[in-house]
Design a protein around this ligand. Structure first.
Ligand SMILES: [Zn+2]
Ligand SMILES: [Zn+2]
Length: 262
């Protein structure tokens, strides 16, 4: 990393997948060059093996950390054996969170009642392992807040990743003690309610992420996303809050380190 550029953390990236098989070392090199000091490699997007792959990748590099979970899209396919396996993996010191998990009522790839049931199981896993929770929320703010309250036992920590709501929704999660993570969506033209949420939320609760390979920020929109592009998210967050990029980088890095203990 260049000595005078701010150190950032990409708090959510799926770089263990096939999209990066051909050039992962180059991707990691570009991230370092852009000032990305740490990357949280998130399991559970796609198949169960994405969790093992996240952990294997994290084990290979001091700046990489892993999480274990299953995406709400796949809730219908999660077995008891899968949950047992994930709990085993969660005991590895390189695993820093349970997730991603949550509810996606936009795509509805799994029935909603099953999504809720599996999300509740991951909430319990976070409580048992004392790990923070990484929550995927698409058009399900109210149901997620309710499950965090009823199943969380008051002791949950975590983040709403790739937040897409307005300030009112952010406030609900902030009041539950959660962090809010902003992705490349913050740079999209029609995201004004989201930018308002980013402007009004307290700085000590904000994270930045890429959700690579998805959701590349402007000016990379439509391309494969990669952790180096988290700088564009931090720049937009700085512009929205009328702050220096260095200040945003420092704050979001400290917040991410505090949440995940990294
Ligand atoms: Zn997600
Ligand atoms: Zn994700």
């Amino acid at each position: 990393m260049p000595p005078d550029s701010p150190a950032l953390i990409d708090s959510h990236a799926h770089i263990q997948g096939a999209e990066f098989a051909a050039d992962r070392e180059d991707v990691l090199g570009r991230a370092r060059a852009a000032g990305v000091a740490k990357i949280v490699v998130v399991g559970g997007a796609g198949e169960l093996a994405s969790n093992e792959a996240a952990l294997a990748l994290a084990a290979s590099d001091d700046g990489l950390f892993a999480t274990v979970g299953m995406h709400p899209h796949d809730a219908k396919d999660v077995s008891e054996a899968d949950l047992d396996r994930l709990k085993q993996l969660a005991a590895d010191p390189k695993v820093v969170a349970v997730g991603e998990t949550g509810l996606d009522f936009y795509y509805d790839h799994s029935p909603r009642d099953l999504q809720k049931k599996i999300f509740a199981r991951f909430i319990h896993m976070a409580r048992e392992t004392k790990l923070p929770l990484i929550v995927h929320d698409r058009d399900a703010h109210i149901e997620i807040a309710e499950l965090l309250r009823t199943e969380g036992g008051g002791a949950l920590r975590g983040v709403i990743h790739c937040f897409t709501g307005n300030y009112e929704a952010a406030r609900t999660f902030l009041d539950l003690g959660f962090y809010i993570s902003f992705s490349g969506i913050l740079t999209f033209k029609n995201a004004e309610p989201l930018r308002e949420a980013a402007r009004r939320s307290p700085l000590d609760r904000l994270l930045v992420e890429t959700d690579s390979p998805y959701l590349a920020p402007v000016p990379r929109r439509g391309k494969r996303n990669e952790p180096a592009f988290v700088l564009h998210v931090a720049e937009m967050l700085a512009a929205v809050r009328n702050a220096a990029v260095g200040e945003i980088a420092d704050a979001t890095r400290r917040n991410t380190e505090a949440l995940f203990g990294i």
